[in-house]
Design a protein around this ligand. Structure first.
Ligand code: NAD
Length: 493
């Protein structure tokens, strides 16, 4: 059974558990504790104990622990990737790639002595100086989704901890093993007990976190309905909150694009990780007369993808996370057909020998999707790609700007003018030009617009440092000092 990681030890009080499945086999493989109030109080006590001393540890010493942590993650990357693949189902390559993305945030956080430097103004008035500093918030918490069990928590805790905070992580109950291992490795790197705690459980644990007055901030990544709830509830408890939600990422293919490169990009971004990525491309927008050609090339490539469990090294995509999610995706496909979209490739009913009960779906491809259809409006979060045909670039921009989600988008074009216009005028938080997935690097910040992010700060990069610190500004004048018993002598001229 997977328990909690509290004050440097694996422990839990609750006897209630939640099942963990191997999505490739559809079999129960483990259980995770569904923490109760006592577990939560234990976590809080540990974080409070660690806080004072950790916030007083110098940024340079915090940075040195992060450097050791980086080395340990690199040494353990194979095992961490296996833990992810077993509980999530994604290929080992995908799992490793996601850990490396998380590692880059650790690398960024190693620069914390530089990142925490404030600003200084001399002589803002006669002999008056003014400067600013960034102080830790206190205890921070993170609630994370199933699709990136290492990377998304690592968007949060390395920066929060580098800033001098203690961090409580509540990973997804579907694949919690990697989070525990990440915390153990941090302890091995020299992180004091209690600075990073992991508590497992479902929404009751989340509510304990949200309602706790001693927790100062909430970082959330997950679906939009839950993100909205987290944002509203956390704010009502006076917490700082960043809540990243769902997505419907459009990729625009202009008539002047390098079509083969666009198709390769779309295939990887739509079907990689079985479409369970918040930056997955779920809508390809074919502009002008390229629709038929685009569909034919996408069809051919999608058909040739190999759907197989992660232990098959030639696998292009694994299963989706659960049977429930598989049924939900199949229902979306059915709805797409009923609403009049053309199903060019049907990924349902795929059977893999030896894995008959696994939650596998092949790639599905819809043509002639319109903006009124459910499969266009809602996030499917599976290997289903919708192609929308439009007459002009302006029409493409208009539909993207009208969509309720604004996480990521991309354009393939050879025109600098179009690329420039798109980058500036599209109402989406992360934009790509001739790249399929515009994922910002760790030293920039990750976050969408509209219903893809609730709160003021995106994750990691300088936004992360701002989120996990509060600003203090000091205005200071030093008059001539008078020592006790010594008469102050003033200058004579
Ligand atoms: P989810 O919203 O179901 O769960 C996320 C977390 O919230 C989990 O830890 C879960 O235990 C908790 N939770 C679930 N229901 C809750 C409730 N009613 N009350 C309180 N807490 C609750 O998301 P998921 O299915 O794990 O992940 C997939 C979703 O995450 C997709 O919508 C995807 O787009 C999104 N996502 C977004 C980003 C981004 O950067 N915007 C990144 C990754 C994933």
């Amino acid at each position: 059974m997977i328990r909690n990681y509290i004050h440097g030890k694996v422990s839990s009080f609750s006897t209630e558990t939640l099942d963990i499945f191997d999505p490739a086999k559809g079999e129960k493989i483990n259980k995770v504790v569904n923490s109760n109030k006592l577990d939560f109080e234990n976590v809080l006590k540990s974080s409070k104990e660690a806080m004072q001393s950790w916030s007083n540890t110098t940024p340079l010493n915090r940075s040195r622990i992060l450097s050791k942590y980086k080395n340990l993650i690199e040494k353990n990357i194979e095992n961490l990737a296996k833990l992810i693949s077993l509980e999530h189902g994604k290929t080992i390559e995908d799992a490793k790639g996601s850990i490396i993305r998380g590692l880059e945030v650790v690398e960024f956080a190693i620069g914390i002595p530089h990142l925490l430097k404030g600003e200084f103004s001399q002589n803002v008035g006669a002999n008056i100086d003014s400067w600013s500093m960034r102080k830790p918030l206190g205890i921070c918490a993170g609630i994370t989704p199933f699709n990136f069990p290492a990377m998304v928590p690592m968007w949060m805790f390395p920066i929060s901890i580098a800033c001098g905070n203690c961090f409580i992580l509540k990973p997804s109950e579907k694949n919690p093993s990697c989070a525990i291992r990440l915390a153990e490795l941090f302890t091995d790197a020299g992180l004091p007990d209690g600075v990073l705690n992991v508590i497992n459980g479902d929404k009751n644990t989340v509510n304990n976190i949200l309602e706790c007055k001693e927790i100062n901030s909430i970082s959330f990544v997950g679906s939009t309905p839950v993100a909205k709830y987290i944002y509203q509830k956390s704010s009502s408890y006076g917490k700082r909150v960043q809540a990243l939600g769902g997505a419907k990422n459009h990729l625009v293919v202009m008539p002047d694009a390098d079509l083969n490169s666009a198709v390769d990009g779309i295939i990887g971004a739509a079907y990689g990780s079985a479409g369970e990525r918040c930056m997955a491309v779920s809508v390809a927008v074919a502009v002008g007369n390229i629709g038929d050609n685009l569909i034919s090339k996408l069809h051919q490539k999608a058909e040739s993808l190999k759907v197989a469990p992660f232990n098959d090294e030639s696998s292009d995509m694994g299963p989706v996370i659960s049977n429930e999610h598989k049924n939900k995706i199949e229902n979306y496909i059915e709805t797409g057909i009923k609403e009049g979209a053309n199903l060019i490739l049907d990924g349902r009913n795929i059977k893999i020998q030896g894995y008959e009960n696994g939650y596998f779906l092949g790639p599905s491809l819809f043509d002639n999707v319109n903006t009124e259809m459910t499969i266009y409006k809602e996030e499917i979060f599976g290997p289903v790609l919708c192609v929308v045909r439009v007459n002009s670039y302006e029409e493409a921009v208009q539909i993207i700007n009208k969509h309720k989600f604004g996480n990521g988008t991309s354009i393939y074009t050879r025109s600098g003018e179009t690329a420039h216009d798109f980058s500036h005028n599209i109402k989406v938080g992360m934009v790509g030009v001739n790249v399929p997935i515009p994922v910002p690097m760790a030293f920039h910040s990750f976050g969408g617009w509209k219903e893809s992010l609730f709160g003021d700060h995106a994750m990691h990069g300088i936004e992360g440092v701002r989120f996990y610190t509060k600003l203090k500004t000091i205005t200071s004048r030093w008059p001539k000092s008078i020592k006790p018993g010594v008469e102050l002598k003033m200058p004579t001229n």
